[in-house]
Design a protein around this ligand. Structure first.
Ligand code: FFO
Ligand code: ATP
Length: 187
């Protein structure tokens, strides 16, 4: 299916799912699974996003990472479609961009784009490790420029597809590991 049409359908699905108790339950399962995952345990610097309602809730994960004394970085989306990961160490440093996503506002914060692990956001994933994002191309551009960075994603039951049901572009970069409530999919 055309990527744009699939993305709109998927966004509508996820917004409905976000109102259910099942979504919250799966968020908890996914949190538990990634916290027990060796590659997360071994990472010292972790990049992830401040989640929107229909995405997997990252706030409990961020708090756990702080307790584990990991450095947590959130991306800032730039005008030229590049991203910079900024150190996030205090909830009060958070602001909201015009797109409505949380970003670190503090100007004196550290940038680190060579992270040990990036937890990539997205709307849909397949067992072939294909990923469909929001459509900005921010992560595909970032990952193309930072080859060798480890990537993982948390996919709830509504985000995960056995087959890739949308058209994959040449610039789409697959995610190395997908964690679902039941399984791990490695590229
Ligand atoms: N929670 C979360 N944070 C995230 C992402 C995400 O998917 N989820 N991103 C994943 O990539 C990045 C931001 N993604 C974006 C995706 C699209 C547009 C966008 O369409 N911008 C339009 C204008 C929007 C407006 O003006 O309202 C544009 O720039 O033309 C912006 C940011 C970084 N932070
Ligand atoms: N490395 C790249 N260089 C140039 N253009 C790119 C690159 N990666 C993606 N694009 C372009 O950006 C646009 C959006 O890409 P795409 O639909 O894959 O976004 P997405 O992966 O869903 O979003 P995101 O990565 O922000 O979560 C497309 O037109 C795509 O061709």
């Amino acid at each position: 299916m055309d990527k744009k049409i699939f993305r709109q359908r998927q966004l509508a699905n996820l917004k409905v799912f976000a109102t259910t108790a099942q979504k919250e339950h799966e968020d908890e399962q996914l949190l538990e699974r990634i916290l027990g995952w060796e590659e997360l345990i071994n990472a010292e610097t972790v990049g992830l996003t401040w989640s929107l309602e229909f995405e997997v809730n990252t706030w409990p994960l961020i708090q756990q990472l702080w307790l584990m004394e990991k450095e947590v970085y959130l991306p800032t989306a730039n005008q030229d479609k590049s991203m910079d990961f900024k150190l996030f160490s205090d909830r009060s440093d958070l602001g909201f961009s015009r797109f409505g996503v949380g970003e670190v506002m503090s100007a004196k914060t550290r940038i680190n784009n060579q992270l040990d692990l990036i937890i990539v956001p997205g709307l849909a994933y397949s067992s072939k490790n294909d990923r469909l994002g929001f459509g900005g191309g921010f992560y595909d551009r970032f990952l193309a420029r930072h080859l060798g960075i480890k990537t993982v994603t948390l996919a709830n039951s509504q985000m995960f597809y056995q087959n890739t049901e949308w058209a994959v572009e040449r610039t789409d970069i697959p995610v190395q590991t997908i964690i679902t409530p039941e399984d791990f999919y490695y590229l």
